[in-house]
Structure formats: C-alpha cells, structure tokens
Design a binder for this molecule. Structure first.
Ligand code: 8YV
Length: 321
C-alpha cells in the first residue's frame, strides 16, 4: 500500500471536513485550536506534503523557502489569500489554492446584517433595552434611516459584491452603482458602473467594500476618500480591515462627518481600537462573514478537493498560484 500524503491542518475544522481529511490523508489535526507558532509552521512545511492554513497563518517568504521544505501545496481555508506571499509561493514552486464561491451568500448576508444594524441603529437601541432603560414607544425616538430608494455603492463587483447588490436591489429597492478595476460583463443586477472609487464614495448612501486585502489595496479607503462621503452615508466592510485607513474612519465617525459604519473586519485583528468600540454609530462583528456551519463545511470540503487534486495530479478546483 502506498503511503498517504501527509497534511497539516492549522486550526480545528468542522467535523465532516476533518473526517474526510482523515480518510484521505495522513493528517495532523489541531484540536487545541490555537494558532500555530512560526516554528510549528516551519516544522509543518518541512515534514508534510501539504498545509491547510487559515487567514490567521502568515505564509511568508521565509516559511515558503525554509530549508528542507517538503510541502508543495498551501490549500488556504479562505477565499482571501492576503495571508500568503503569492510571489514567493510562485518563485518557490508552491501551489496555492483558495475557497471561492462557497462563502458568497454567507458573507453577503453579514454585509446586509451590518447594513441594517447600522442604518436602523439597532445596537444602541438594543443596548438601551438590555440596560432596562427603555421607557416606552415614542414617535421620534431611536429613528434610523431607511434603505428604500437609496443608492448602494459597491467597491469590488466580484461574487460577493454582486450578491450584496442583488439583495439590496431586489430585496430593499436600492439603486446600485459600482466600481470594479476591470469591466464586469454581467453584474447580474441592474447596476451602473462608475469611473472611480471616488465617485462611489461621493455618490452612494451606503458603501459596501468587496475588494481584496493586501499591499495593493492597503488603506485604499483613505482619509481623503472618507472625506468625500456624504454626512448621511454609511460604510460597510466585510472584505479586509487593511483596505480602510482605520484611524481616519474613527475620526470621521467621532466627528459625525459620516453617519455610521458596519465592520466585520479590522486592521489588526483581533484587536479592535477602543475608540471604535466606544462609538454608538457603528455595528461591529468579529469576522463572521463565512461563519455558518454549512459554509465553513463547504470551505473545508473545497480545500480538501484542492488537496486531493494536487496529490492525484488532477486540475485544481480553485488554484491561485
Ligand atoms: C474566513 C474570509 O472565514 O474566506 C475569507 O477570505 O475572510 C473568511 O471567510 C476566514 O478568513 C478564515 O480563514
């Protein structure tokens, strides 16, 4: 009997995924579910044929070039690959795969959750109720803003951007504008492409970000761009924290230069600035975009499909490098 390929899994995964991994590979599971140290990741790269990391594992050039590296594939448990140095992977001849498609709906749902939370100001209202401070119905108290007929601006009209646009247009009667760096043949929803990020920032009532993180988009939503927003506009981010200049956003929110923000991702996760946590015009979630059992299972299964294809020499379902 030929030996099974050895795979290291950096975090605890849904049961069905771990069961399949165990059936297919000689697998080291991480049941403590604590992030591996750099030294542990190095050992994994040297001793295993493949690695199944999450976005919290930094797969950098040192790791990809560690002396005696055996791993030929990094099958990321995420659609985002900003935790991996792709150029270094390519140079080192390491295959990188991801999990697109399967988390589109779950992430779009969280964007809508944040959008509704922040436009309807549900958090301060619920907080008031929980503190026992609700004194009863009042016609002018705790008023939010409606979404109907407002302009949704999408920055990054890929799968998740389109899924958010569909929900907002067909579900809430919003008009959609978007910016995408390359033309989108069919956004799947009536939507108007605009020429720049600045145009979205200036024209939209609710802006939802769906662009990749990493060096190319670092703080692309800059202080200057935040300053273009209407004072009545809201910003929603379910993409990556590093696409926003977080300090500039906090300042704009504190000074009420914009109406509010809904954030699922942060610049230095899991650290969320205290200044942000103290604001009542924000809704904050701890990176829940793909956090359903169904979605995390589907992500794991796709990562396993990628590993299986690698070791069988078949085409990869989702290869990035
Ligand atoms: C993941 C995500 O759950 O896929 C992504 O890019 O941001 C989330 O869906 C998370 O990154 C864990 O790897």
């Amino acid at each position: 009997m030929t030996e099974k390929p050895k795979v290291v899994v950096t975090r605890k995964l849904p049961y069905a995924v771990e069961a399949r991994l165990q059936a297919l590979f000689d697998v080291k599971l991480n049941h403590d579910d604590r992030p591996l140290s750099t030294a542990e990741l190095e050992v994994a790269m040297m001793g295993a044929d493949g690695l199944l990391p999450t976005v919290t594992d930094a797969i950098d050039s040192d790791l990809l070039n560690v002396k005696g590296r055996r791993a030929g594939i990094v099958a990321n448990f995420a659609v985002g690959v900003n935790n991996i140095d792709l150029a270094a992977a390519e140079a080192a001849g390491v295959v990188v795969t991801n999990t697109p498609g399967v988390l589109t709906d779950a992430t779009a749902d969280i964007a809508l959750t944040l959008m509704l939370n922040v436009t309807r100001a549900t958090w301060p209202a619920e907080n008031r109720l929980r503190r026992g401070e609700w004194t009863g119905f009042a016609p002018t108290a705790m008023l939010g803003s409606g979404l109907q007929d407002k302009v949704l601006g999408i920055i990054g009209m890929g799968r998740i951007g389109q899924a958010v646009a569909k929900r907002c247009h067909y579900g809430f009667g919003m008009d959609v504008i978007y910016f995408n760096r390359s033309p989108v043949a069919d956004p799947g929803v009536p939507a108007q492409a605009v020429e720049s990020i600045d145009a979205v920032m200036a024209e939209a009532d609710v802006i939802s970000l769906h662009l990749p993180g990493g060096a190319n988009n670092d703080k692309v939503i800059s202080a200057a761009r935040i300053a273009l927003m209407k004072p009545t506009a809201f910003l929603v981010n379910t993409a990556r924290g590093d696409v926003i200049d977080e300090d500039a956003l906090v300042a704009a929110l504190q000074e009420r230069r914009i109406a509010g923000a809904g954030l699922d991702v942060f610049y230095h996760e899991p650290r969320v600035p205290e200044a942000l946590r103290l604001l009542d015009n924000v809704s904050l979630l701890p990176h829940l975009g793909s956090a359903t059992l169904e979605t995390r299972t589907a992500m794991g299964m796709l990562a396993v499909d990628n590993l299986e294809a690698h070791f069988a020499g078949r085409p990869y379902p989702a290869r990035v490098v």
